[in-house]
Design a protein. Structure first.
Length: 73
Protein backbone atom coordinates (compact mmCIF):
# COMPACT_ATOMS: atom_id res chain seq x y z
CA UNK A 1 0.00 0.00 0.00
CA UNK A 2 1.42 3.37 -0.92
CA UNK A 3 0.46 6.88 0.07
CA UNK A 4 -0.37 9.57 -2.43
CA UNK A 5 1.71 12.75 -2.26
CA UNK A 6 -1.19 14.51 -0.53
CA UNK A 7 -1.52 11.77 2.10
CA UNK A 8 2.24 11.85 2.75
CA UNK A 9 2.24 15.64 3.16
CA UNK A 10 -0.74 15.41 5.55
CA UNK A 11 1.01 12.72 7.64
CA UNK A 12 4.15 14.87 7.94
CA UNK A 13 2.11 17.90 9.02
CA UNK A 14 0.16 15.75 11.51
CA UNK A 15 3.42 14.38 12.97
CA UNK A 16 4.99 17.85 13.33
CA UNK A 17 1.88 19.28 14.98
CA UNK A 18 1.65 16.34 17.41
CA UNK A 19 5.33 16.77 18.28
CA UNK A 20 4.96 20.52 18.85
CA UNK A 21 1.91 20.03 21.10
CA UNK A 22 3.16 16.82 22.75
CA UNK A 23 -0.24 15.50 21.74
CA UNK A 24 -1.70 12.31 23.19
CA UNK A 25 -2.47 10.88 19.76
CA UNK A 26 -0.97 8.20 17.55
CA UNK A 27 0.72 9.51 14.41
CA UNK A 28 2.72 7.74 11.68
CA UNK A 29 6.28 7.25 12.97
CA UNK A 30 9.53 8.33 11.30
CA UNK A 31 8.52 11.96 11.09
CA UNK A 32 5.28 11.00 9.38
CA UNK A 33 7.07 9.07 6.64
CA UNK A 34 6.11 5.56 7.80
CA UNK A 35 4.08 3.67 5.24
CA UNK A 36 1.47 0.93 5.81
CA UNK A 37 2.38 -2.72 5.27
CA UNK A 38 0.46 -5.99 5.23
CA UNK A 39 1.26 -8.63 7.85
CA UNK A 40 1.17 -12.39 7.39
CA UNK A 41 -2.39 -12.51 8.70
CA UNK A 42 -3.51 -10.10 5.96
CA UNK A 43 -4.15 -7.06 8.17
CA UNK A 44 -2.62 -3.73 7.20
CA UNK A 45 -0.48 -2.03 9.86
CA UNK A 46 1.39 1.24 10.15
CA UNK A 47 4.12 1.92 12.71
CA UNK A 48 3.01 4.81 14.94
CA UNK A 49 4.27 7.01 17.76
CA UNK A 50 2.57 8.88 20.62
CA UNK A 51 4.48 12.01 21.69
CA UNK A 52 2.67 12.40 25.03
CA UNK A 53 3.38 8.87 26.24
CA UNK A 54 6.61 8.40 24.24
CA UNK A 55 5.35 4.98 23.13
CA UNK A 56 5.63 3.19 19.81
CA UNK A 57 3.02 0.82 18.45
CA UNK A 58 1.47 -0.68 15.34
CA UNK A 59 -1.90 0.63 14.24
CA UNK A 60 -4.04 -2.13 12.76
CA UNK A 61 -5.72 -0.19 9.98
CA UNK A 62 -8.43 -2.86 9.66
CA UNK A 63 -9.58 -2.57 13.30
CA UNK A 64 -8.26 0.94 14.18
CA UNK A 65 -6.56 -0.52 17.27
CA UNK A 66 -2.96 0.22 18.27
CA UNK A 67 -1.05 -2.90 19.30
CA UNK A 68 2.20 -2.92 21.28
CA UNK A 69 3.37 -6.35 20.10
CA UNK A 70 5.08 -6.37 16.72
CA UNK A 71 2.68 -8.12 14.31
CA UNK A 72 5.56 -8.93 11.94
CA UNK A 73 7.42 -11.25 14.35
Amino acid sequence: MEYTKEQMKAAIVEYKLAARLTADTWVPACGGLEIPAKSRNGSTYIYVYNHATEQHGWLNMNTDVVETDNPFN
